[in-house]
Design a protein around this ligand. Structure first.
Ligand SMILES: C[S@@+](CC[C@H](N)C(=O)[O-])C[C@H]1O[C@@H](n2cnc3c(N)ncnc32)[C@H](O)[C@@H]1O
Length: 297
């Protein structure tokens, strides 16, 4: 079957009304209009859908962070694999493919998503657009670790708002697959706050920081923050250097923390040991020892 190339974002401005580029400067020439419509970023009439605008801004920001990493891997080994966890409708994977992979002959994107119906839709869309080097797996992040359709090594692991502990599973996946880079925008994680609440009585005796347990909202928010602190220490304990930054302005999203991890070329054992020790201290201090398996195994 021969596939015709999907139409690209038109460069010529129309009279009067704002052009698409003016409305959304992030759009790039050559981007597939059909893809943007399928993802409901553009309406059927080709206008910007205000409801998905926020999502698109997040994805574009993320793409800007990810492209140089893909380039770096490509330059180093002539190929690049990326696995996106909790892919949902695969906005991120599709836009990355459209902007980076489409114009190259190598590289592969894997979308990992537990909901089979979303995976089926993504497969159909990739087929329709001729995005040949995209694969979608209807599986959980945990199960993806041993999935036969995934290669033993994955260069870049991404997880954008993968629910609850799926970000932790994506980190475990990245460690097992020796990922060169991990790009994570965590969703709210309830597990740590739950353990904090269970051990409330024990913790209240300890220090003035017991105030963190007084109001459930503070416990929940603190639990969410401390989860990301533990994730960063875990990555450092495995030889990654970690940067934490905002994805977009806070007015666009509450789940806005971007964790970028890069595997260091030379393992620095002393630094890894320091992070591992610090991680255990944090778990002890907050009575979170039952989470040792998750963060400090
Ligand atoms: C909030 S959505 C985000 C989707 C997408 N990454 C995005 O930003 O548009 C989270 C997605 O993760 C999926 N998910 C949650 N837990 C998962 C798990 N353990 N394994 C695989 N997918 C998971 C959900 O089905 C859902 O589609």
């Amino acid at each position: 079957m021969t596939r015709s190339r999907p139409p690209a974002v038109p460069a010529a401005p129309s009279r009067g009304a704002k052009t698409l580029e003016e409305q959304l400067p992030e759009l790039r020439p050559g981007q597939s209009v059909e893809l943007l419509k399928e993802l409901h970023i553009l309406t059927r009439e080709g206008k910007l859908n205000q409801d998905t605008r926020r999502k698109l801004k997040q994805v574009y920001h993320l793409v800007r962070f990810i492209e140089p990493l893909l380039d770096e891997v490509l330059a180093a080994r002539g190929d690049v694999t990326l696995a996106d966890h909790g892919a949902g409708k695969s906005y991120l994977g599709f836009i990355l493919y459209d902007l980076f992979f489409k114009q190259r002959t190598v590289g592969r994107v894997y979308g990992v998503e537990a909901r089979a119906e979303l995976v089926e839709k993504s497969r159909e869309l990739a087929e329709r657009l001729g995005f040949d080097r995209m694969d979608f797996l209807a599986t959980t992040v945990q199960q993806a670790l041993s999935h036969p359709d995934l290669p033993p090594q994955i260069d870049v692991v991404t997880a954008l708002h993968a629910c609850d502990t799926a970000t932790d599973d994506a980190i475990a996946f990245g460690l097992a697959k020796q990922a060169r880079f991990m790009v994570l925008v965590p969703c709210c994680q309830a597990e740590v706050a739950g353990v904090m609440r269970q051990n409330k009585a024990l913790s209240l005796k300890r220090s003035p920081l017991a105030e963190l347990w007084r109001h459930p909202l503070h416990t929940r928010e603190f639990g969410s923050q401390i989860t990301n602190v533990l994730r960063c220490l875990q990555l450092e304990a495995h030889g990654y250097s970690v940067t934490v930054t905002e994805l977009v302005g806070w007015e666009h999203s509450m789940k806005n923390e971007l964790i970028l991890a890069r595997k260091m070329d030379h393992d620095r054992d002393a630094s890894k040991a320091r992070s591992r020790e610090r991680l255990r201290q944090v778990l002890d201090e907050l009575n979170l020892q039952v989470l040792t398996e998750r963060f400090a195994a």
